[in-house]
Design a protein around this ligand. Structure first.
Ligand code: GH3
Ligand code: MG
Ligand code: MG
Ligand code: MG
Ligand code: MG
Length: 302
C-alpha cells in the first residue's frame, strides 16, 4: 500500500514518532505534517490524501473542530481519520467517533497496534476508491454510444433539456444541428456493414475534431448525429454546419480510397417564433434536415 498520509499534531515529536512507525512498514509514499487543524485542513484540501492521523488537543483548531470542518466538505468525507487520543480518555474516543473519525490510536503509541489500524483504514480507502472509479466508468458507459464514443441519444436529450432551459432563462441563443448521412444504405450495400460502421466512426471523429469549447456531439440514431451549440445563433450555426458539410465531403478513408460520403444538415435555433419548447426545437431541426434531403442532399438548411 503506497499512500499519502497526513499527520496533524502540535507536537513535532509525536508526528515524528508516527512517521517512524509507519515508515518501518512502508505504509506511505508521501507524508504531510501539520501543527494544527487549520493547517491540516488546508493540506487536505490541496493534496490527495488517503489517511489522516489527527491529535485531539491542539492550540488553534483542535481535533474535534477539524473533524467538523472535514465533514462539511463533501470532497473530503471519504478520507478516513484516525484520532490520536489519551489512553484512558474513553469520552474523547467516543466523541471523536461520533464526530466522524474512523478509528483512534492511543498515546503513547503502540507501534504494532498503530500499524494494524492504519492498514485497515488504508484498505477501506483503497476499496472505496476502486468502487468510485468503477461507478464513474459505469456512468460514462451509460452516456456513451459504443460504436462512436459520442454521447448517446438519451444523454444528449438530458443535456439538450438543460441547455434549452438555460437558454430560456438567460435569453441566450441555442442552436441544434441534425446530421444524416446521405445514401448510407448504399454505402452499406456496396462496402458491407463493417465498412459502414467505420464510416460512422469516421464521421464521429470528424465531428469531435470540429467541436468548439461548449459544443457537444451525439449519435442520435443509426446514421444520424446531433450537435448542440450553446450561445450560438442561426448564422454562426450555419457556418459551423457548412464547415462540417465540406469536411465530410472531403473525408477520405485509408483502406477505402474510392469511398466518398456526404451528409445533410438541418439547423434549428432558439429563440425563434416557431420554437416555444424543446420539442419544437427538435421538430424544427428535423424538418430542416428533411428539407435538405428533399432539396438534393449534401446541403445545409435552416
Ligand atoms: P438518405 O440519404 O435518405 O438518408 O438515405 P439513407 O440510405 O442514408 O437512409 P436510410 O434510412 O434508408 O438508411 C439508413 C441505413 O443506415 C439503414 C441501416 O441499415 C443503416 N444503419 C443504421 N445503423 C447502422 C449501424 O450502426 N451500422 C451500419 N453499418 N449501418 C447502420
Ligand atoms: Mg496535542
Ligand atoms: Mg436516417
Ligand atoms: Mg441517411
Ligand atoms: Mg427553419
Amino acid at each position: 500500500m503506497k499512500s499519502a498520509i497526513l499527520i496533524i499534531d502540535d507536537s513535532k515529536l509525536a508526528r515524528q514518532q508516527v512517521i517512524d512507525i509507519l515508515k518501518e512498514k512502508s505504509l506511505f509514499k508521501f507524508v504531510y505534517e501539520a501543527g494544527d487543524g487549520i493547517e491540516g485542513f488546508k493540506t487536505a484540501l490541496n493534496r490527495p490524501i488517503d489517511l489522516i492521523l489527527c491529535d485531539v488537543e491542539m492550540p488553534g483548531m483542535d481535533g474535534f473542530k477539524f473533524l467538523r470542518m472535514m465533514n462539511s466538505r463533501e470532497e473530503l468525507q471519504d478520507i478516513p481519520i484516525i484520532m490520536l487520543t489519551g489512553r484512558e480518555d474513553s469520552e474523547t474516543k467516543v466523541r471523536g467517533l461520533e464526530e466522524g473519525a474512523s478509528d483512534y490510536v492511543t498515546k503513547p503509541f503502540d507501534p504494532a497496534e498503530m500499524i494494524a489500524r492504519v492498514k485497515v483504514q488504508l484498505k477501506i480507502k483503497s476499496l472505496q476508491d476502486k468502487l468510485k472509479k468503477s461507478n464513474q466508468m459505469l456512468l460514462e458507459l451509460s452516456h456513451t454510444d459504443p460504436l462512436t464514443g459520442l454521447n448517446n441519444r438519451r444523454f444528449m436529450m438530458e443535456g439538450l433539456a438543460k441547455e434549452f432551459e438555460r437558454s430560456q432563462r438567460k435569453n441566450a441563443p441555442l442552436s441544434m444541428i441534425m446530421i444524416d448521412i446521405d445514401h448510407f444504405k448504399t454505402i452499406n450495400d456496396t462496402y458491407g456493414h463493417q465498412k459502414g460502421d467505420a464510416v460512422l466512426q469516421g464521421l464521429a471523429t470528424l465531428l469531435k475534431q470540429h467541436l468548439r469549447q461548449y459544443d457537444t456531439a451525439a449519435r442520435y440514431g443509426g446514421e444520424e448525429f446531433a450537435l448542440i451549440l450553446p450561445e450560438t445563433g442561426i448564422e454562426e450555426a450555419a457556418q459551423v454546419a457548412e464547415r462540417l458539410r465540406q469536411a465530410t465531403e472531403k473525408l477520405v478513408f485509408e483502406d477505402l480510397s474510392q469511398l466518398r460520403m456526404t451528409a445533410s444538415f438541418g439547423i434549428a435555433t432558439t429563440p425563434a417564433d416557431t420554437v416555444q419548447s424543446l420539442d419544437d426545437l427538435i421538430r424544427e431541426a428535423d424538418y430542416a434536415l428533411y428539407n435538405a434531403k428533399r432539396a438534393g442532399r449534401n446541403r445545409v438548411e435552416a
